[in-house]
Design a protein around this ligand. Structure first.
Ligand code: FAD
Length: 418
């Protein structure tokens, strides 16, 4: 039996005040939920958006107030209790309570785990030195902002989305930027080789130096400060600042301790319910059967996913249960380039290019088993929006590549029926 509000569910407790935690609380109220909602998060302050941390916040063009998802008055008016700066230490599934690290006990009828993820730490000697930074939280954003003054050389470990956003930012400030990447191309896990190569060339043109197939073996320091990053071939890459962006690890420990199943994330069904019908999991921490990956269980690390998960759970708790089937989409701003992804392009067996990469604005349509699996666009928001609508339809590679075809019009015809 799935928990619904209105009958037995009067107290919803949400662990995590990030994008997903905020959304489930806000959507519960939007849907008319009249019971109590308690958001508990171990970070200080109001729920905030993370994407600007590697963009406008770093540049100093936005501050903590504008980072907030809503002002304090919103939570007061919506009667959403927030406990910020407090960590949940344990879940008692039998008693339907959570225990906070400070000793408080809170009862729940339904519990939402929106615990997100934390930085994957670089397991090498020297990673603890001053001048080695990660970027996940606003506190880390503040620390990084302070470290930026007076720098000359930045070494970034990891050519994923965040590493490359940081690389673009640092290069635009005139810093000497080296990116060390274990794979053979940037954003290899997520993007086609065509789009990946485009971004490599664009970053190189902006002055970024890449070293691929690089295994970092240690970080050297002078007087406790990082001074160089060494790779397996013995090369030392001099650095005043080392930024690590090698991915994240889902926060599953509470779920594990409570006896819930985990598998690189908290395992949930297609309604985002864990093995316990009184507990859901959403956002970066949730491993769910993905409709756009043939039902394969996995996690998606994006704002869209956290928001739509939050909405899905809120709908279920207010009597409108639907399986989760939102189209995944994502963006990454890297200097002047806006990368947008609709669907899950990786893995794919075939891709076609729509438009001319030399123009700096084009898309890559990725096909898996003859079906459109994902659309990668750079500075082409129109293609991205069409991509979201034609995913999983019978659009052919020839149609996708044909610039004379109006894809927007085609998307609304039977020619690309699902
Ligand atoms: P989180 O936002 O991580 O929130 C989880 C919260 O739970 C955290 O505050 C955590 O501290 C707290 N918590 C965990 N355990 C406990 C506990 N036991 N007790 C209390 N609290 C706990 N996505 C995009 O789509 N586009 C982008 O351009 C983009 N840029 C990004 C840039 C950066 C620098 C980062 C870090 C992320 C970016 N993302 C982007 C990803 C996006 O922000 C995340 O996917 C999204 O925030 C996930 O939301 P969430 O609620 O699942 O988790």
């Amino acid at each position: 039996m799935r928990e619904r509000a209105g009958d037995s569910c009067r107290h919803v407790v949400v662990i995590g005040t990030g994008q997903g935690g905020f959304q489930v609380a806000a959507s519960l109220r939007d849907n008319g939920f009249a019971g109590s909602i308690h958001l508990i998060g171990d970070e200080d302050g109001l729920p905030y958006q993370r994407p600007p941390l590697s963009k406008a916040y770093l540049a100093g063009t936005t501050d903590r107030t504008t980072l907030a998802l809503r002002p304090a008055s919103f939570f007061a008016q919506a009667a959403i209790d927030i406990s910020a700066g407090r960590r949940v230490a344990r879940i008692d599934r039998t008693g339907h309570t959570v225990a906070l690290a400070d000793g408080a006990i809170l009862p729940y009828d339904h519990l939402v785990l929106a615990t997100g993820a934390r930085n994957r730490l670089l397991p090498v000697q020297g990673a603890e030195l001053d001048g080695v930074a990660y970027l996940r939280t606003a506190a880390e954003g503040d620390a990084l902002r302070q470290k930026l003054s007076g720098l000359k050389r930045v070494v970034i470990v990891g050519a994923g989305f965040i590493g490359l956003e940081l690389a673009a930012f640092a290069a635009a400030r005139g810093l000497d930027v080296t990116v060390l990447e274990a794979a053979s191309r940037p954003m290899a896990r997520a993007l086609s080789d065509t789009m990946s190569s485009f971004f490599r060339r664009a970053h190189e043109a902006a002055g970024v130096r890449f070293v691929f197939n690089a295994a970092v073996t240690c970080i050297h320091g002078i007087n406790g400060r990082a001074s160089a990053v060494e790779t397996a071939d013995g090369t030392r890459h001099a650095a005043d600042l080392v930024l690590i962006g090698i991915g994240i690890v889902p926060n599953v420990e509470l779920a594990v301790d409570a006896g819930l199943a985990t598998d690189n994330g908290i395992v949930v069904d297609d309604h985002l319910v864990t093995g316990d019908p009184a507990i859901s999991a959403i956002g970066d921490c949730a491993a769910f059967p993905q409709p756009f990956a043939d039902g394969a269980r996995g996690r998606i690390e994006s704002v869209q996913n956290a928001v739509d998960h939050g909405r899905c759970v809120a709908a279920r708790l207010t009597g409108a249960a639907q399986p989760y089937r939102a189209v995944p989409w994502f963006w990454s701003d890297q200097g002047p380039l806006k990368l947008q992804i609709a669907g899950l392009p990786a893995p794919h067996d075939h891709h076609v290019v729509r438009g001319d990469p030399a123009s700096g604005a084009f898309s890559v349509f990725c096909f898996r088993d003859g079906r459109l699996a994902g659309v990668e666009s750079v500075n082409k928001p129109g293609d991205h929006m069409v991509g979201r609508r034609v995913l999983g339809t019978s659009l052919t590679p020839a149609q996708a590549a044909d610039l004379t075809l109006d894809l927007k019009a085609l998307a609304s015809t039977k020619a690309v029926a699902a």
